[in-house]
Design a protein around this ligand. Structure first.
Ligand SMILES: Cc1cc2nc3c(=O)[nH]c(=O)nc-3n(C[C@H](O)[C@H](O)[C@H](O)COP(=O)(O)OP(=O)(O)OC[C@H]3O[C@@H](n4cnc5c(N)ncnc54)[C@H](O)[C@@H]3O)c2cc1C
Length: 330
């Protein structure tokens, strides 16, 4: 159907588009193709985004809309929500895609509320039924089951879990259009004064392709150094269970699970983690799960693709050494 029109909010962090947004853009392109036609409109918001908006063309949108007021530095939920809703009102898309990042989880409901429509959050798959409308898959009951749902409202507002779909480059020569918001900085009810982000070169847990995660089996914060070394070897980001975070061994930003971050990396390696349902809720959609636990009955083994019953203090150094050898051999 030719009337499918998907508007994709493309999130910027530290002057770059987030990988999750490129995934959403690629997925929108695929869905529109499957629906038999239509268009994809990329939307970028914030001071300076005009300078990088051209990068989005490589993922095949039909148009790129930029709203870059000079008073809007970084993410402001109120401003971003109002701007995306204004663009949606004038563009009248059939669907709006946002990535389920921290900012995206804030933005998507604001946009849905402003438009008076319902929302499907943290989806792990999106498809088109051939009628131009989306059906989405989302985990329910803390990841114990998956529901396939179809939103009846228009536009269908959907947030997509990062790392759920691949990034695909596509031919594209979309023009970059600029729009202005109908309001100014003085109309906002709050402003963001500062963002204290952790200074790290590593990929954020939610976007990391590989994650090395540690639980209470590590026995103390000092032993996380063996996981750091393994992570360094394979270019992974380190995460943790809540037990570890509650004990103050790792910062809260490292927590994976129902009350932490939801991740879907290509590879998840869990060491000394029992696999409580609340932890599984945050990582069970990882593509390959490897668990190391000395208890053969640990629930994590039910979710794992590969498991080693053993002492992590023996397994981790041996694994790191073998991986280093493999890398040295090219
Ligand atoms: C409302 C609520 C929300 C929650 N949210 C989260 C959440 O977001 N994320 C989360 O992770 N948890 C969450 N929890 C807590 C969750 O229920 C578990 O308590 C927690 O995940 C346990 O962490 P753990 O696996 O590190 O520790 P434990 O359950 O103590 O498990 C440690 C594991 O290490 C193994 N082990 C010990 N020594 C070794 C060794 N030398 N080598 C190998 N294995 C070893 C043990 O066999 C054991 O399986 C939540 C709980 C509640 C009630």
């Amino acid at each position: 159907m030719a009337d499918t029109k998907v508007l994709v909010f493309c999130e910027v962090q530290r002057g770059r588009f987030k990988k999750g947004s490129l995934e959403a853009l690629s997925e929108a392109k695929r869905i529109v193709g499957k629906a038999g036609g239509g268009s994809v409109v990329a939307v970028a918001v914030g001071n300076g985004v005009g300078d990088i908006a051209g990068e989005l063309k490589a993922y095949g949108p039909d148009r790129v809309i930029v709203c870059a007021p000079d008073w809007l530095e970084g993410y402001n939920g109120e401003a971003h929500g109002r701007i995306v809703a204004e663009i949606a009102k004038s563009e009248a898309p059939t669907a709006i895609l946002v990535t389920a990042t921290l900012d995206g989880k804030d933005l998507a409901p604001r946009v849905a509320a402003a438009l008076g429509v319902t929302i499907a959050t943290d989806c792990t798959a999106i498809d088109s039924d051939g009628d131009g409308r989306l059906s989405v898959v989302r985990p329910v009951y803390a990841g114990k089951a998956y529901a396939t749902i179809k939103i009846a409202d228009t536009p269908q507002v959907v947030s997509l879990r990062p790392n759920s779909v691949p990034v695909a480059e596509a031919e594209g020569a979309a023009a970059v259009e600029t729009v202005e918001p109908s309001f100014g900085a003085g109309d906002l009810r709050y402003t963001v004064k500062a963002v204290n982000a952790a200074k790290t070169e590593k990929a954020d847990l939610t976007e990391a392709d590989r994650v090395v995660s540690g639980g209470r089996g590590l026995k103390g914060p000092e032993h996380f150094s063996i996981l750091e070394e393994l992570a360094e070897t394979i270019g992974a980001t380190v995460g943790a269970s809540r037990a570890v975070v509650d004990a103050g061994w790792r910062p809260h930003a490292d927590q994976i699970g129902q009350t932490g971050k939801t991740i879907a990396p290509t590879l998840y390696l869990g060491f000394g983690i029992s696999g409580a349902i609340q932890h599984l809720a945050g990582m069970s959609t990882s593509k390959c799960i490897v668990a190391v636990n000395k208890d053969p009955e640990a629930p994590i083994f039910k979710a794992a693709d590969y498991g080693i019953v053993g002492d992590l203090f023996e397994v981790v150094p041996a694994l790191t050494e073998e991986l280093k050898k493999l890398q040295a051999d090219g």
